[in-house]
Design a protein around this ligand. Structure first.
Ligand code: EPU
Length: 422
């Protein structure tokens, strides 16, 4: 298994610039949504991370023709024949986003059988809302041998569903299940308004779907007969962008991140400013200078436009070295703090009380041997290692490659001493 060997600290801080990749959590639902389309879909600015490759294999196994152009960051998906309706375990076991095939398969064929998914182990991550929503749309389901078999015997019928709690993939799945039809109306309340969901809606509308916001978190969907092929550019990855901003902060460096819409990081940038970072924000770039003395902060993770849960592990690592007491309250996932024991191994002083991480900033971190357990934890441990004296070895970095494109290469580009070893 690949490991990272990192030699910290980075004496003068990182410098230079990086281009943000397309957002993984946007590319995956867009790829799944291609199932709904008759014809060809061209997706641009695709991040060729491992989850995208898994989703591509999933589409191929269902019967789509998928052409990958990694250098151009383009994926071309063509549907000429009827899809298979089974999403097998081997393609879903490492990637929770595989559940996103359910919505489009139901929308187009009124039937699917999907293995229970894997992905990041962030605590109890059910799909109860997806299933309750499908039921409202006239589906019934049975769980058998690790597969969920869902069927709409008399076709999908429009209805009203209110999410008990905002769900990103739940919203995407129910939209995709509702877009095709004969003019039936579906209303979804308390939906996710994450930028990635808005981009999915934009893509579906380009293909001919009728989807409109009729309230801040309410959408109305009118089923259309078919969706046409189209071309679409994936938005920049706000989580990747924030992760690299954190590299600048923890090394007290200065970098510029290009190809990112700063509005999608509104809350996060406000927090970085509050901490004392200097930011130059333009239409599609963010420049950060973290040379000044930094202050501790208190934050809560929330659905967009709140502080993103995926951005909390990198920030925890940063705050571990900011003098004073910081607090991060996690409101989305029960197992979000898996970076904490690893950072504490390096000498951080972080305790967890219920859903709060209490971080007492220390002067020094020490290189250690660490194990990564999920995608964002990997980046958090890397950040700790960048600030630590001596060498750190991080195991199971494959989690990181699920979502960060050319992770070690990009870090090297801005001056980090990192080596991938087997
Ligand atoms: N929830 C339920 N039942 C459901 C669905 C969700 O209880 O049926 C709960 C979850 O347990 C959680 C909350 O609702 O407490 C929100 O979960 P959500 O459904 O929004 O998460 P997700 O759609 O599975 C996506 C991203 C995650 C990101 C979360 C939150 C993708 C492929 N994944 O997951 O990304 O953390 O939204 O923003 O879009 C990552 O990229 O590292 C990652 C984990």
């Amino acid at each position: 298994m690949d490991k990272f060997l990192i030699k910290g600290p980075t004496p003068k801080g990182v410098r230079g610039s990086l281009d943000c990749e397309g957002a993984k959590n946007c590319a995956l639902p867009l790829m799944a949504a291609s199932i709904l389309v008759n014809g060809t879909v061209v997706l641009k600015n695709i991040p060729f991370v491992n989850d995208v490759k898994t989703m591509s294999n999933l589409l191929i196994s269902l019967g789509s023709t998928v052409e990958l152009f990694e250098k151009k960051k383009i994926i071309k998906i063509t549907n000429k024949k009827k899809h298979k309706l089974i999403v097998p375990f081997k393609l879903i076991s490492t990637m929770r986003a595989g559940v996103l095939a359910m919505g489009p398969l139901l929308g187009k064929y009124n039937k699917c059988s999907t293995a229970m998914s894997g992905g990041c182990s962030l605590g109890d991550r059910g799909i109860g809302f997806h299933l309750e929503g499908f039921k409202k749309l006239n589906c019934s389901y049975k769980l058998r041998k690790g597969y969920i078999n869902i069927i709409a015997k008399n076709g999908i019928k429009g209805n009203i569903y209110k999410f008990p709690k905002v769900s990103v993939t739940g919203t995407s799945n129910l939209i995709m299940a509702s877009v095709l039809g004969n003019g039936q109306t579906t209303k979804l309340h308390n939906v996710s308004i994450e930028p990635e969901v808005l981009d999915l809606i934009k893509f579906l509308k380009n293909g001919g779907a009728q989807i409109d916001f009729i309230g801040k978190r309410t959408i109305k969907i009118i089923g259309v007969k078919k969706l046409n092929g189209c071309s679409h550019e994936v938005i920049g990855d706000r989580i990747e962008a924030f992760s690299y901003l954190c590299v600048a902060v923890i090394t007290r460096g200065k970098i510029k991140i290009n190809k990112i819409n700063p509005k999608n990081l509104y809350t996060e940038l406000k927090i970085l400013k509050k901490m004392g970072c200097d930011l130059k924000i333009k239409n599609s770039s963010i420049e950060i200078n973290a040379k000044k003395k930094l202050k501790p902060v208190k934050i809560k993770t929330l659905p967009f436009p709140g502080f993103a849960t995926d951005n909390s592990p990198p920030l925890i690592a940063v705050l571990a070295k900011v003098k004073g007491k910081s607090e991060i309250q996690e409101n989305i996932f029960s197992q979000r703090f898996q970076c904490v024991p690893e950072l504490n191994k390096m000498g951080a002083s972080i305790s967890i009380k219920n859903n709060k991480a209490i971080i007492l900033g220390v002067d020094k971190l020490y290189g250690s041997e660490c194990i990564s357990s999920d995608l964002r934890t990997t980046f958090s441990i890397i950040l700790g290692a960048l600030a630590a004296s001596e060498i750190s070895i991080i195991d199971r970095v494959y989690h990181g490659f699920r979502g960060y494109y050319q992770l070690d290469k990009k870090l090297k580009k801005i001056g980090i001493n990192i080596k991938k070893i087997s």
